[in-house]
Write a protein that binds this ligand. Structure first.
Ligand SMILES: [Zn+2]
Length: 298
């Protein structure tokens, strides 16, 4: 959307966002409307990651209003600090300023030209994650994996493989709960335990997190910031968890491709055979179209 098409309200929000962004490595671009389009899904059974039951639609990019993060900064060095008890997990005390408390997640990249971000949620899963990693490796592109702590804890070899390949590990909570249904202490536990597992295995905690079902709330933004994480949602939802066919997933990515677009897929939470197969088709297509597949840096 061009700025000259924006409503006065949105323009003022943009100005406010720009002022906020001037003090951070990540800047907001547009905000109006988010929060009405992310209905929470049915909570999964306790203890098991489940497919997102009601994520924003495949056309979320238009309805939700873009909020974008620039490609900026550089990878953060591994931190060295003592692990703390699970329920009081905290990010390193001194590394840089913690991010501000957001009121909505980022939805796309800005200022990155023909760059796109591929994200995979709910894993790692030994049935599907290796296939995703193999394809990404074949084309030499990085992606983001928003892992569930209990999956990462059970499949640490895959977590390490993701990191060794240069992918960005994000925090997708421990057990994939519906965040707004939890008290703050549980939200902190879900996010904190997951960061701790990643940190213990890789030497650095996640710098990004994503709410299950795209259902965020104020507490999640506060706790995410306390844990030194920025919230990232997505621009295009492949709805791959509905197993719509490999061809349909490919079409959704192709139709939704564009500068700064963040694509949501899954490498766990159900039968992800189609998701693995689709990547093998749409990734080379995106590259042929001149898209650079990248990851945001903080
Ligand atoms: Zn999920």
């Amino acid at each position: 959307m061009k700025e000259d098409q924006l409503s006065p309200g949105r323009r003022s929000l943009l100005r406010a966002a720009a002022a906020l962004g001037a003090t951070a490595t990540v800047s907001l671009v547009a905000v109006e409307g988010f929060g009405r389009s992310a209905p929470p899904g049915t909570p999964p059974a306790a203890g098991a990651p489940a497919p997102p039951a009601a994520a924003p639609s495949a056309s979320a990019s238009g309805a939700a209003g873009p909020e974008a993060v620039p490609l900026a900064g550089s990878p953060v060095n591994a931190s060295a600090y003592r692990l703390r008890p699970i329920t009081s997990y905290a990010p390193p005390a001194v590394r840089r300023a913690l991010p501000p408390v957001r009121s909505r997640p980022f939805l796309k990249l800005s200022g990155a030209g023909r760059a796109m971000v591929l994200t995979f949620d709910d894993g790692p899963d030994p049935r599907y994650t290796p296939g995703i990693l193999k394809t990404l490796r074949e084309y030499g592109v990085p992606a983001m994996f928003f892992v569930c702590g209990e999956m990462a804890d059970a499949h640490r070899d895959l977590l390490r493989e993701m990191a060794d390949d240069g992918h960005v590990i994000g925090n997708h909570t421990w057990s994939h709960p519906l965040i707004p249904s939890l008290p703050p202490s549980r939200i902190r536990d879900e996010l904190g335990r997951t960061s701790e597992v990643v940190d213990r295995e890789l030497g650095r905690a996640p710098l990004w997190y994503r709410a299950p079902f795209g259902a965020w709330n104020k507490h999640s933004f506060e706790i995410g910031a306390e844990l030194d994480m920025e919230p990232l949602a997505w621009t295009v939802d492949t709805l791959d968890w509905t197993e719509p066919s490999t061809a349909t997933i490919v079409r959704r990515v192709r139709d939704g491709a564009g500068p700064g677009v963040v694509v949501l897929s899954h490498d766990a939470g159900g039968d992800r055979t189609q998701s693995v197969a689709a990547l093998r088709t749409y990734l080379p297509w995106l590259l042929e179209q001149g898209y650079r597949i990248t990851v945001p840096r903080r």
